[in-house]
Design a binder for this molecule. Structure first.
Ligand SMILES: CC(C)(COP(=O)(O)OP(=O)(O)OC[C@H]1O[C@@H](n2cnc3c(N)ncnc32)[C@H](O)[C@@H]1OP(=O)(O)O)[C@@H](O)C(=O)NCCC(=O)NCCS
Length: 167
């Protein structure tokens, strides 16, 4: 069992830590987030503490907090009013490499569902890619189902898989 953690929404003042965390996991994404249109700066500008979007972040609690230079251990980004005013989109999800398989992202996604249900959101959308078995297993275990696959969308043999969950 890993150290305990707490979950909260991010604020504008978290900009540096949010940036540091995305940079830390950038190469776990395909293509890396820094290589996509607008890169990491635009992603943060569009998602950090805006009227329609924000991140939920998991932070280490208690005496273990000091062992990471930055204390974010996982982060999920969401955008409301996605396909309609009762749907949202997960635009980012990652757990710090040293804290994977400890249930942190599952806890973040469950909390996100609670937050969105309170705001009358009925469906969550997201996408991942076919070379990411960890994310595929993760999302399917959480009850997401795939509704569209765009073949070779990210390169030869790398498909984009679109997922949805009703909450
Ligand atoms: C995908 C990712 C976010 C999962 O985060 P995590 O904190 O390690 O996941 P959790 O520990 O909360 O796992 C929740 C469930 O998913 C399963 N799971 C997680 N990683 C898995 C893996 N590599 N292989 C198989 N199953 C996995 C767990 O077994 C667990 O199942 P359980 O509820 O039955 O115990 C993490 O691997 C990651 O950050 N990957 C790199 C970034 C990325 O790919 N993000 C998604 C892009 S769309």
């Amino acid at each position: 069992m890993g150290p305990g953690f707490s979950i909260r929404e991010t604020k504008k003042e978290d900009h540096l830590q949010v940036k540091g965390f995305i940079e830390l996991v950038d190469n776990d994404f395909y293509p890396p987030l820094s290589k996509r249109g607008g890169g990491i700066p635009e992603r943060i500008e569009k998602c950090l503490d805006t009227p329609d979007a924000n991140f939920l972040v998991a932070r280490l609690m208690g005496r273990d907090r000091t062992y990471l230079p930055e204390d974010f251990i996982a982060m999920v980004g969401y955008t409301r009013n996605w396909k309609s005013d009762d749907s949202a989109y997960i635009n980012f999800l990652a757990t710090h490499p040293e804290h994977r398989n400890g249930g942190v992202s599952k806890a973040l996604c469950m909390r996100l569902e609670e937050v969105l249900v309170e705001q009358d959101v009925k469906s969550i959308y997201l996408c991942t890619w076919s070379g990411n078995p960890a994310a595929i297993k993760f999302y399917e275990k959480l009850g997401y189902y795939s509704y569209t696959v765009v073949l070779n969308d990210r390169g030869i043999g790398i498909d984009t898989i679109y997922y949805k969950k009703k909450i």
